[in-house]
Write a protein that binds this ligand. Sequence first.
Ligand SMILES: *Cc1c(COP(=O)(O)O)cnc(C)c1O
Length: 401
Amino acid sequence: MLPDMHTAEPIPEAARAEIERLLQSGDLFRYTAPENAPVALLEREFAEVMGTKYALAVSSCSAALFLSLKALGLPRDARVLIPGFTFAAVPSSVVHADCVPILCEVGANYRIDLTDFEAKLDSVQAVIVSHMRGHTSDMDAIMALCDARNIPVIEDAAHSLGTQWHGRKIGTIGRVGCFSFQSYKLLNAGEGGILITDDADLVARAVIMSGAYEHNWQKHMRPGDNSAALEQAFARWQNRLPLYNLRLGNLSAAVIRPQLAEIPRRVRDGRRNHDLVAARLATSPWIEVPDALPGEDRAPDSLQFNLVGMGDADIRAFAEAAGAAGVKIQVFGQSRDNARAFWNWGFMPEQFDLPQTRAMLMSACDTRLPARLTEAECEQVAQILLDVLHQVMGPLRAYGT
Ligand SMILES: *Cc1c(COP(=O)(O)O)cnc(C)c1O
């Protein structure tokens, strides 16, 4: 039996009673109940887990990124620096916010190339750092460069919940952090997202623009909370901002809340599975698994590795044979219309030539590795990949001196 690499984990049983209650009462809108709506409770609990003051749950991580840019008050056509290796949703959120995405190079280790980053930094008004698949760029260097220029940093931590950088939670290092609840991420509500920040003014703007019309912003204050800063910020922005209506509904919050307690296990097992398969694959002369940066503790639910010394035809043959053997591999730059290949973002106002990022994308492989796989199943996945590589490259070429 091949391991099941694709299905999601079941939603914890505890979600059922709450969903039944919501179905009975029809109370699906976050602003119907006077207080303690499931969405508001999710925001409080998520902020507590992350150790931040504020959280705003919205319809997707893309919506969270868009609202973050809008909440920063960037002028039309502001330039926003993003990595050349990210998901198409990221440049899309920049375009949606009437800003211009500027791409910087990414290295063979999937992290931001700091030389190119610094070279482009003086021409931009904001930065989005995409921690792609949980790979964290050097946040100390990035924050030092941006702080010195007073450039705000948004962390796109859509797929990086649980990752830490020198003991700090990813998503809490920049001015604002954004996460996804889409089904392929650590917490699964089908769709959804959340932004976190300690900045009262920024969150007040984001709350109103997310669709807190009239005085619904009051339902974003904790009961008994004496946060004058937040109340003043809401008063400042009342009636002054457009309402984009990107709210999350109560049913989604009910699906997510019982999963919060699962985060430590999913992180631990995901890391175990990743490290096991990575170590086995690294024994092949054709495979290189980039090391984590010092200080980075990842929470992977997938594995990325580079094929080395192989031509494009060999790389494509490997991906095809792995898929036929039951382990789906995507090579970001070799699969047609891939949303993580920057040359497919034809909607960008400016195009970029990033030879280093392009070279990485042409040989970087990606496979899902869900936390629920057993160690035996991970061994099986690693063996399939090594066998297939062996077949494609031939025993002599793989093991010859
Ligand atoms: C999934 C993902 C997004 C988009 O999240 P949605 O909730 O689907 O909008 C953005 N950035 C990265 C790095 C992602 O992995």
